[in-house]
Design a protein around this ligand. Structure first.
Ligand SMILES: NC(=O)C1=CN([C@@H]2O[C@H](COP(=O)(O)OP(=O)(O)OC[C@H]3O[C@@H](n4cnc5c(N)ncnc54)[C@H](OP(=O)(O)O)[C@@H]3O)[C@@H](O)[C@H]2O)C=CC1
Ligand SMILES: O=C(O)[C@@H]1CCC=N1
Length: 432
């Protein structure tokens, strides 16, 4: 191993965060075992993903970085009250993700299995990654998982043909996220009846057409991104061209897996995905549920494909309508709040442009801190409140306006509306 290479260039925050996100997403917890060959494969996949993102680290460098992070994690665990370990600069930024990786890993590895708790090293250690001692094989289906990871290799993403039916805001957001990863524009095709939304796809190098059937015939994975009431129309149109090669992913609010499966040929692989608009800037929150013929591999493929769009989670279908309320629509609730913040400032005499840019930055900063600190919002809120200070006066006014109850009701109404749309599309589908 090129030891000097390991020490030469410091890791920056973005690079380490990306590395951990990749390991988390690869479901590392389930895949590491005592066999060096398998561990090498996993780090090779991470290496390729890092390279694709513009970070050039060798497999050994990645292993060494992982070892240091683990060391910091165990140190912190042993001495929770002592200052954060200094050998990983800015450790606090990574702690939450490391805990997520390590703790789920331990729960899976289970008691009595060799752990790596004592392999603490320092940044000055010789970094011989061949000395890493991973836990012994997991009792779960880790072989299967590793096979999945190899299958989900970014090289596979580059071969996958992806179609979008519908060229609106959501299709654009997802396409933009996907294309910032390993997917090549030449492997993407989009259809819409008119040309008015196609230009921005063409600018990204994506092929466009007015034929939905052409999209289906040329794709392995097809996003159905039309308004909910049009889903039955579109599925009826494409159904006879859907084969067992296809994965059909609907993003339509409310439209259930049962409706999708009813409108598609028997045994079709259908997935219901609820994204949100910030996919455009790779900060989306996406939740999907697999249909009855969609295998875990299909979900893993989708997750791999979407990982550049933001947070991607899988859950039971019952949560999709709720996610629609809290996140799909929730984005608009946050915009409303941002607008109101800015208008408050304008009312108090600040120029509008400045007020809006400050409101946007306030929402962004508050969101990032909330996500990255892992703290409960109530805790952060109390950290802003000086007793007798300005914030508590403002919060009192918000509470008098019932902001909390109306926000909860907004999520409830949006969820109920998604359910209603689902019932409508089911009825429309069964009439066909
Ligand atoms: N916008 C959002 O924030 C979110 C939206 N969604 C869901 O995404 C889906 C799309 O929403 P959104 O992108 O906002 O909608 P848009 O109105 O922006 O886009 C709809 C697209 O569908 C196209 N279209 C209409 N009829 C057909 C047809 N028969 N065949 C193919 N394409 C057709 C339209 O074509 P044309 O360009 O010619 O008008 C347009 O490109 C909805 O089901 C929505 O519930 C989910 C989460 C968030
Ligand atoms: O308003 C809508 O119906 C879509 C679904 C979630 C966000 N926009």
């Amino acid at each position: 191993m090129d030891e000097s290479g390991i020490k030469k260039q410091n890791w920056d925050v973005k690079e380490t965060e990306l590395f951990l996100e990749i390991l988390k997403e690869l479901d590392m917890k389930k895949c590491l075992d005592g066999r060096k060959v398998r561990n090498n494969k996993l780090f090779k996949v991470a290496h390729r993903r890092m390279t694709a993102a513009g970070y050039h680290r060798s497999v050994d460098q990645l292993k060494f970085r992982w070892k240091l992070l683990k060391s910091a994690y165990y140190k912190c665990k042993r001495e929770p009250d002592s200052p954060a370990p200094t050998k990983i600069q800015g450790w606090w930024r990574y702690e939450k993700t490391m805990v997520a990786i390590m703790e789920s890993r331990h729960s899976l590895v289970g008691a009595g299995v060799n752990s790596d708790r004592n392999d603490e090293v320092t940044e000055d250690s010789d970094g011989d990654a061949s000395m890493l001692h991973w836990p012994q094989p997991c009792p779960d289906n880790s072989t299967h998982n590793l096979d999945l990871i190899i299958k989900m290799d970014p090289e596979m993403d580059t071969q996958l043909k992806i179609g979008f039916i519908g060229a609106g805001n959501m299709a654009f957001g997802i396409a933009k996220g996907i294309l910032s990863g390993n997917v090549l524009p030449v492997n993407v095709k989009v259809s819409a009846p008119s040309s008015r939304n196609l230009g921005r796809f063409q600018e990204m190098g994506v092929a466009t057409t007015h034929s939905n059937v052409e999209v289906v015939c040329g794709s392995d994975l097809v996003f159905v991104a039309v308004k909910p009431h049009l889903v039955p129309v579109v599925l009826n149109e494409i159904s006879q061209h859907v084969t067992d090669r296809h994965i059909i992913v609907s993003v339509a609010a409310g439209v259930t897996l049962a409706t999708l499966e009813e409108l598609l040929p028997e045994n079709s692989v259908a997935i219901r995905l609820m994204p949100n608009l910030p996919c455009v800037v790779q900060e989306g929150a996406l939740l999907f549920a697999r249909g009855s013929h969609a295998k875990p591999e299909d979900g893993a493929l989708l997750r791999s494909l979407l990982h550049r769009c933001g947070l991607v989670e899988e859950g039971p279908e019952a949560w999709i309508d709720i996610h629609t309320g809290v996140s799909g629509s929730g984005v608009a609730f946050v915009y409303l709040f941002a607008e109101a913040l800015a208008e408050g400032a304008v009312k108090m005499g600040m120029p509008s442009a400045l007020a809006h840019s400050i409101a946007a930055q306030t929402v962004l900063g508050a969101g990032r801190l909330l996500r990255d600190s892992g703290k409960h919002p109530a805790q952060l809120r109390s950290e802003v409140c000086t007793p007798g200070g300005t914030t508590i006066y403002g919060l009192h006014t918000l509470e008098q306006g019932g902001v909390r109850a109306s926000t909860m009701s907004a999520v409830e109404s949006a969820t109920e509306r998604a359910r209603e749309l689902g019932r409508k599309s089911a009825t429309a589908g069964s009439r066909k």
